[in-house]
Design a protein around this ligand. Structure first.
Ligand code: NDP
Length: 330
């Protein structure tokens, strides 16, 4: 049983020396617990925050202890009512091969209803983030023009497609390579897309959205946020989902210089956390599940194999190696 520990708190970009892959005993499940062999482990940008000691919505990872994160696995032994060997469960004890956990912290998932990895992505946490942030936080309505950054990633690709399927007048995305831009246009049905590395975001956004944007779904922060404020229409809404462009900064990033434009536009900026929106989960699965099954909503996964590559996969998400949800398959 191998598990990942945080050894030192990274400063700036995390380095391999900040982590250790440690051999540990396979744990014995106690009363009310299940022993799970992990099959798919999630790596997510928010984990960068948990590597720091700074107070946030999730507790910092403890030094010298196994890290945590979403995972799907197979129950191999059960001391809990209602769970049996062979069941598949979604839980929060990733970054390791085996986990013993209280059954109340495990949710059964059906491998026949959808591929197991999708419970971490398109039908899981990142999917719900897209759904809740767009529909609830940004109050999306039919006819809105929507701009999303990180648009080829797990959350962003779903935001753009949900907006399209729910009648957006125009869907615009930005991503970090020409190949990703092509995917947005050719496969996900975006109306316009640009590579933010090819020129200033504000100029590229103005060209892609000549009539402005009603909704901006922000995964990136920095220049993207400033550009979106600059292109915001009257009564525009900005949902702050993430700010991946600043997660490895050692100094606080400067804020947008053009906030006063929100007066002119009566614009609204609001941050949200998916954890506050799990009441939408049944509605999300009911609405988005059929689109995924029919292929109207497409998704990609970037799958890295082996627990020994968990850290590289995580770093890959920060670098943009992934298209769609980054998953580690054990
Ligand atoms: P993604 O699958 O989108 O992967 C992250 C992507 O960010 C990379 O693929 C990369 O794509 C892009 N990126 C990296 N550095 C930069 C940069 N400097 N500027 C612009 N883009 C960059 O991850 P997720 O879909 O899981 O998460 C997307 C965002 O949503 C993150 O900010 C995350 O923290 C946030 N989030 C927030 C939640 C909440 O509850 N508020 C819940 C889940 C996620 P590229 O090649 O295009 O650069």
């Amino acid at each position: 049983n191998r598990e990942w520990h945080l050894v030192t708190r990274p400063v700036g970009w995390p380095k391999p020396e900040d982590f250790a892959l440690v051999e540990a005993e396979v744990p014995t499940p106690g009363d009310g617990q299940v022993l799970v062999r992990n099959l798919y482990v999630s790596v997510d940008p928010y984990m960068r925050g948990r590597m720091s000691a700074a107070k946030s919505y999730a507790a910092p990872y403890e030094l010298g202890k196994v890290m945590q994160g979403g995972a799907v696995g197979e129950v191999v032994a059960s001391n809990a009512e209602g769970f049996a060997a062979g069941d598949h469960v979604l839980h929060f004890f990733g970054w390791r091969e085996y986990a013993a956990l209280d059954a109340k912290n495990a949710v059964k998932v059906d491998p026949d209803a959808a591929p197991l990895s999708t419970y971490l992505g398109v039908l899981g946490m990142t999917g719900l983030t897209a759904y809740a942030g767009l529909l609830r936080t940004a109050s999306f309505k039919e006819g809105d023009s929507v701009f999303v950054s990180g648009a080829a990633g797990a959350v962003g690709s779903q935001v753009g497609q949900i907006a399209r399927l729910k009648g957006a007048s125009r869907v615009i995305g930005s991503a970090g390579s020409d190949e990703k831009v092509k995917l947005l246009l050719d496969e996900y049905g975006f109306d316009a897309a640009f590579n933010y590395k090819n020129g200033p975001v504000s100029e590229q956004l103005r060209a892609a959205a000549p009539d402005g944007v009603d909704v901006y779904f922000d995964n990136v922060g920095g220049d993207h946020l400033e550009a979106a404020i600059g292109s915001l229409n009257l009564n525009g809404r900005i949902a702050i989902c993430g700010a991946i462009s600043v997660y490895n900064n050692t100094e606080p990033a400067p804020g947008p210089k053009n906030l006063a434009r929100l007066i002119q536009t009566r614009g609204r900026i609001e941050g949200f956390l998916v954890g506050d929106h799990y009441d939408l989960q049944p509605q999300f699965v009911e609405e988005v599940g059929p689109w995924v099954r029919s292929g109207e909503l497409k998704y990609r996964e970037t799958v890295v194999e082996g627990i020994e590559n968990n850290l590289e996969a995580f770093l890959g998400v920060l670098r943009g190696d992934n298209t769609g949800k980054m998953i580690v398959k054990l």
